[in-house]
Write a protein that binds this ligand. Structure first.
Ligand code: ASP
Ligand code: MG
Length: 456
């Protein structure tokens, strides 16, 4: 029987009683499977902050250990009836926290956080969740074992902080380690390099871990559990009658995730698309007793009557404009700029050029640094650099977008009617997505206008 990989994220682990919901879902599957867990909600951010504090003051190590222990203790007391299991689990948690404290002591004494240590420290959010969940399931008499990525090993390309899984090198290891007729709980968010060093899979990377394991196992499906109703036609907070999308193609899901729909991490689709493993998205808050998905992402590409399936946005596409009379024609300008940004670890989300301007779309956290880097290159072709942060990128997504005339026209007419100015439009780069930028203040009105035009 093929395995199912199910992933539970930080949003499923906010309150101490949330674990009971997870247990109910896992019981409803009633079959051997692989479960991937994230850290408890907010814990990764907390660990990041603590690393900095620990560097300055050793007493912060104790503080962090207490904080983590109390948090887990609450969850443990809430979820175990049996005192013996409570003590046993608390003891296990305590020794994992102690392991973590050794790394923290190290960074305090050297006064720095080497990349390879940072990745280990941040993996502890997930290691603690997986330990606690395993123990809770075991206490209920379920046949469960924790499986750590380093025990498989799940091998990555070795890039600290943002690694990519090497499927060829990992598949047999994963199949072998997870071959038993039982449930395995795996901490998400990391794999290990060829040399055995822990490498994180990027922020929010547990979805990607789960996808990678599903791919290695040739799983029946990847089931991602959320606390919302799957993919919607728009953010329910912004429009009057949001509609649930029952089916999406891989490309549609990838573009929606890239442009801000926070249902899946943008990298989740990539390992599964090539091999056709479907992604099922479930809502843990509306779960009764069936593991029926709310949205299915699969290979079938359906073109609906209104073409557009969803309109989404991201506030994390900032624009760096490099102006100069001949930047478009002059050879090597773009190459020099992109090499400099790449060396500084800055990702370019999109490039749109013309004869007199190169527009780079960058994450908000990188824009100031990128400005300085380009300025320091001192390229004579670039006469002015402008950074624009207060913009939002809106994407309309649907199969058939480029094939049917009039869709873009309807989008932009609906905005014009509301007096919304569009700063830039990109169409044709993706067969299923058209995106454009508006002033941040116009974002909500723009989404509502488009949604009303296509869905109401
Ligand atoms: N805990 C990690 C993060 O916050 C990974 C994840 O949540 O998927 O980035
Ligand atoms: Mg997450």
């Amino acid at each position: 029987m093929k395995k199912i990989v199910a992933k539970f994220g930080g949003s499923n682990l906010k309150k101490k009683e949330d674990i009971q919901k997870l247990v109910r879902v896992i019981k409803a599957y009633d079959r051997p499977m692989v479960i991937v867990v994230s850290a408890f909600y907010g814990i990764t951010n907390h660990l990041i902050k603590s690393m900095d504090e620990v560097k300055k003051d050793e007493s912060n190590i104790e503080k962090l250990m207490h904080f983590l222990r109390d948090l887990k203790k609450e969850a443990i007391i809430e979820n175990f009836d049996d005192k013996e299991w409570q003590d046993k689990t608390l003891y296990g948690v305590q020794s994992r926290i102690k392991e973590l404290s050794r790394y923290l002591t190290g960074i305090h004494y050297i006064g720095d956080v080497p990349e390879f240590v940072e990745d280990v420290i941040l993996s502890y959010g997930e290691r603690l969740s997986s330990y606690v969940l395993t123990s809770i399931l075991q206490s209920k008499g379920i046949d469960v074992e924790e499986a750590l990525p380093e025990q498989m090993p799940l091998i990555t390309d070795g890039e600290f902080g943002n690694a990519t899984v090497n499927f060829e090198r990992s598949a047999d290891n994963v199949k072998k380690r997870l071959s038993g007729n039982k449930i395995y709980v795996v901490p998400g968010f990391y794999g290990v390099s060829e040399k055995g060093k822990v490498t994180l899979l990027g922020r929010g990377g547990s979805d990607y871990s789960a996808a990678a394991l599903a791919r290695c196992l040739e799983a029946e499906s990847l089931d991602v559990w959320k606390d919302v109703d799957g993919f919607m036609s728009a953010d329910p907070k912004l429009v009057k009658q949001p509609q649930r999308i029952t089916h999406l193609s891989y490309s549609e899901a990838a573009e929606l995730s890239y442009f801000g729909a926070s249902i899946l991490h943008p990298r989740t689709v990539e390992p599964l698309k090539e091999v056709g493993i479907p992604i099922h998205i479930g809502n843990i808050d509306s779960f009764t007793d069936s593991v029926e998905p709310r949205t299915i992402v699969h290979a079938t590409e359906t073109v609906t009557d209104c073409i557009i399936k969803s309109v989404t946005y991201s506030d994390d596409f900032c624009m760096l404009k490099l102006r100069g009379a001949g930047v478009g024609l002059k050879k090597g300008v773009l190459a020099k700029v992109t090499v400099a940004l790449d060396r500084a670890g800055i990702n370019i989300k999109s490039v749109i050029t013309s004869q007199i301007v190169i527009n780079l779309m960058l994450s908000a956290k990188d824009i100031k640094r990128a400005y300085k880097l380009v300025e320091n290159l001192g390229l004579s072709a670039i006469t002015e650099i402008v950074a624009t942060e207060q913009i939002s990128t809106i994407a309309v997504v649907g199969e058939g977008l480029l094939d049917k005339p009039g869709v873009a026209g309807r989008v932009f007419t609906s905005l014009a009617k509301q007096g919304i100015n569009i700063q830039m439009i990109v169409s044709g780069a993706s067969a299923v997505a058209t995106y454009f930028m508006v002033a941040r203040d116009d974002r909500d009105a723009a989404i509502d206008a488009i949604h009303t035009e296509f869905f109401n």
